[in-house]
Design a protein around this ligand. Structure first.
Ligand SMILES: NC(=O)C1=CN([C@@H]2O[C@H](COP(=O)(O)OP(=O)(O)OC[C@H]3O[C@@H](n4cnc5c(N)ncnc54)[C@H](OP(=O)(O)O)[C@@H]3O)[C@@H](O)[C@H]2O)C=CC1
Ligand SMILES: CC(=O)C(=O)O
Ligand SMILES: [Mg+2]
Length: 752
């Protein structure tokens, strides 16, 4: 492992916090506040109605206010990370940070509150008074032992979940990591010898949880600044004394001799390399102090290359940090309106996190980290950006809350709940739900033309694993098989691989293609070479001859080159103009944009055709189409010579009543912004457009790519429309989920 220091400077950290607007959070209204009417509804007099409804029945607060999704992150700054007692105000950047993590990872709205008191009772009273505001309370960075008194009192007093994150969030994550580290090193919890350094909030909770999971009391030596906590030692409070053992070891160094596990929840550099040497074989070292660990992984590995090392930081492998827990634990608790976060919910979360790390890692996670993860010494715990955490951990917590009797709301359909959790962070999932279901109900054979590409093969494996159909893999047989094994595909031998070198279909393919191309300047020899050497040609011929239902390519050649190769075998549908659609999925809207890939200057007929076909795709994906023909000009203003074919396209649709709303020519603001739309009361669009027919390839392709790069949207596409058989060309930058989505869309007959 290379030597590692921060990959940012102190200046950069300050700049990050200072720019755009100071701090890390802002409040965004979830309802429109544009008109006098909005004002009347949101504020006086309209607001009086929900006020009365809540006064009549307090449960209505969950219905008419943000309470049930709102968590307070509350600190007094007495134990800010491992930096000590720096006061309430100084803790604000950490608390704002936790609020951002709640939102980013679990769509929980959170606000930081810093209380300027070290008096536990004053703290308890202040928080208790806030109960009506929040759906949950996340206590943070409050030092021991006050944190124990504060948390217990608030748990007893309040009917909403209260959790001290440094205790239980940390305990859950470290327990999950420990379960997996023990699994990898072949240890059983009941046998392991543990040294815990630190005897504060985090250390005491972590120790209690691992003991409740099977670690034996007498096998744990806990140390604080004065050394080992042994029975009879002076100056030990009730929380520490619960972990005192009968031992003659007195220092951390002595405690570590023969220890299997070191759990550090103390301070920077508290663990010396020369002490690590004395630990048992394959030691497990969790140096969790923040921002600087008790020992760096480099220093630990230098003396013990056989160690498994984890820290609380994101810039080393194995980040054991409560960020993996608190967002998802509160998500699950809020969703069932739990009155508490109890032991059952904590253990369910720890097990769900541990199990998740053992599953293959999806590519979007690999993409977020720029590398692949596979369960093992450098990946004992999922990474915070793993999108599966939300679905897995929150559902496990919600279920445990229900089973243990603290849920006020019962989830009846857990599949639907898991799905809702998934779509909460990724709206694509909900848009595509029906399509995925259709694909499953009617599984097809999809030809993956570039199966030697890892991205493609991952998509193909998922296509089969998720039950969408049968992938037909085109590539060199052994290379594809080897990669299937490398990617841990189930039963790699059972995948169908098509290779032109040994395919019996080649003579038939050559005949078929020669017949098509002989009057287009190709000799039989040329055609034979194409079939044998060009994967797109070979894959398209499999499709043309009925050996698959759809085909996908695009990762190894430019779009134009791939299209040229495909077009030699698969032509347009009779009467169709092939073109491309990009689908942009935003938080509230989905927009279909076309033609983003093929026709440089579409004629009026082509524009009308693109409008009809794109409207049909939008409808198949559950959107009632409202088509805008876009231009730089809105209804003739400013005038210009390029407007004619757009107007002619509108006239073509006028003459045929296509069965959907359309209007043009118009600029994007007149198509999408209701305020601007009101300037044109004669417009035939009943609301903002959701199908944008672009005037030419320049503007279309640029817009799609700009939105992909800059927008907060999820982009699907380009989707290829109008070919004789369903063929899709993914962008060269696609990752496995993009390829999978296109494959499913094609096999479900939504596009093609
Ligand atoms: N990775 C993660 O997710 C998390 C990491 N942490 C980290 O754990 C640490 C403790 O946090 P928290 O429990 O909230 O704080 P507390 O103030 O409650 O506890 C701190 C504990 O650390 C002990 N300690 C400090 N320095 C040393 C040392 N050199 N040797 C032995 N013990 C020492 C203190 O001993 P004494 O009792 O003698 O004063 C005290 O018991 C921090 O570094 C924090 O960043 C915390 C939560 C989550
Ligand atoms: C991660 C965290 O909560 C801490 O270090 O205090
Ligand atoms: Mg903390």
């Amino acid at each position: 492992m290379a030597d590692k220091t921060n990959d940012f400077t102190a200046r950069e950290a300050l700049f990050y916090h200072e720019t755009i607007r100071p701090g890390k959070i802002e409040i965004i209204a979830s309802k429109p506040m544009a008109t006098q009417r909005d004002l009347s509804l949101a504020y006086s007099p309209g607001v009086a109605v929900p006020v009365q409804a809540i006064a009549d029945d307090p449960a209505n607060a969950a219905r008419y206010t943000a309470k049930s999704n709102l968590v307070a992150v509350i600190s007094n700054g007495t134990a800010i990370l491992g930096m000590g007692n720096l006061g309430a105000l100084a803790s604000k950047p950490v608390m704002e940070g936790k609020a951002v993590l709640f939102k980013r990872f679990a769509d929980v709205d959170a606000i930081d509150i810093e209380l300027d008191t070290e008096d536990p009772q004053a703290f308890i009273d202040a928080v208790a008074l806030m109960e009506p505001t929040f759906g949950g309370i996340n206590l943070e960075d409050i030092k021991a032992p006050e944190c124990f008194i504060i948390e217990q009192a608030l748990r007893d007093k309040l009917k909403i979940p209260v959790m001290h994150d440094d205790q239980h969030g940390t305990a859950i994550i470290s327990a999950a990591g420990l379960l997996n580290a023990c699994h990898i090193t072949g240890r059983k919890l009941e046998d392991v010898k543990v040294v815990v350094n630190g005897a504060g909030a985090a250390a005491i909770a972590c120790t209690s949880l691992i003991k409740s999971m099977g670690v034996r009391h007498e096998n744990v030596l806990m140390c604080d600044r004065s050394g080992v906590i042994y029975i009879g030692r002076d100056n030990v409070d009730q929380w520490k004394s619960a972990h005192a053992v009968d031992t003659d070891r007195r220092t951390l160094e002595e405690a570590l001799v023969g220890a299997d596990i070191f759990l550090g929840l103390s301070a920077k550099d508290a663990l010396k390399p020369e002490w690590v040497v004395k630990m048992a074989d394959q030691p497990i070292i969790f140096a969790m102090a923040n921002p600087d660990p008790e020992i760096t992984p480099d220093a630990a590995m230098a003396v013990r290359p056989d160690a498994i090392v984890a820290t609380g930081r994101s810039d080393y492998p194995n980040q054991v940090n409560n960020v993996l827990g608190f967002p998802f634990i509160f998500r699950g608790a809020l969703d069932v309106r739990a009155t508490a976060i109890n032991e059952e919910m904590k253990i369910a979360a720890a097990q769900a996190i541990a199990e998740l790390a053992r599953l293959p890692v999806p590519e979007e996670v690999a993409a977020a980290y720029g590398k692949n993860h596979q369960f093992g010494r450098d990946y004992i715990i999922p990474a915070p950006f793993d999108p599966r955490l939300m679905e897995t951990v929150s559902a496990a917590v919600a279920k445990a809350a229900m089973d243990s009797g603290v849920a006020q709301f019962q989830i009846e359909d857990f599949d639907a709940y898991r799905h809702a959790l998934k779509s909460r962070m990724n709206p694509t999932t909900s848009v595509l739900t029906t399509v995925y279901a259709e694909a499953k109900n009617n599984p097809k054979r999809v030809i993956f033309a570039e199966a030697e590409e890892e991205v493609v093969l991952r998509a193909a494996i998922q296509f089969r694993d998720f039950g969408y159909g049968t992938p037909v893999l085109v590539g060199r047989t052994q290379a594809v098989r080897d990669m299937l094994v490398e990617l841990n595909a189930d039963d790699p031998e059972s995948f169908e691989i098509q290779n032109s070198i040994d395919s019996e279909l080649v003579p038939q393919m050559v005949d078929y293609l020669y017949d098509k191309l002989k009057r287009k300047g190709q000799t039989e020899r040329d055609v034979r070479r194409m079939v044998n050497q060009n994967r797109n040609t070979f894959a398209c011929l499999l499709l043309a001859l009925g050996h698959g239902d759809a085909m996908i390519s695009g990762l190894t050649r430019t779009f134009a080159q791939t299209m040229r190769e495909i077009s030699q075998v698969i032509g347009p549908k009779p009467g169709a103009v092939p073109f491309g659609i990009h689908m942009m999925i935003g938080k509230n809207d989905t927009i279909f944009m076309a033609d983003t890939t093929i026709n440089e200057r579409p004629t009026a007929e082509q524009l009308a055709h693109i409008a009809r076909e794109t409207a049909a795709v939008a409808r198949r994906l559950g959107h009632e189409p409202r088509v805008a023909f876009l231009s730089y000009s809105t209804f003739g203003n400013p005038p210009g010579k390029w407007l004619e074919n757009i107007r002619d396209a509108v006239a073509i649709l006028d003459a045929e009543d296509p069965g959907f709303e359309y209007e043009g020519e118009m600029a994007p603001d007149a198509a999408l912004n209701s305020k601007v739309m009101r300037l044109y009361p004669f417009s035939r669009l009943s609301g903002p457009a959701n199908v944008l027919v672009m005037p030419g390839l320049q503007s279309a392709n640029l817009s799609a790519k700009l939105l992909r790069e800059l927008g907060g949207n999820t982009t699907i596409g380009p989707m290829l429309i109008g070919m004789e058989k369903p063929v899709q060309v993914a962008p060269m930058t696609a990752i496995a989920p993009d390829v999978l989505t296109l494959a499913v869309l094609a096999s479900a007959g939504v596009v093609g």
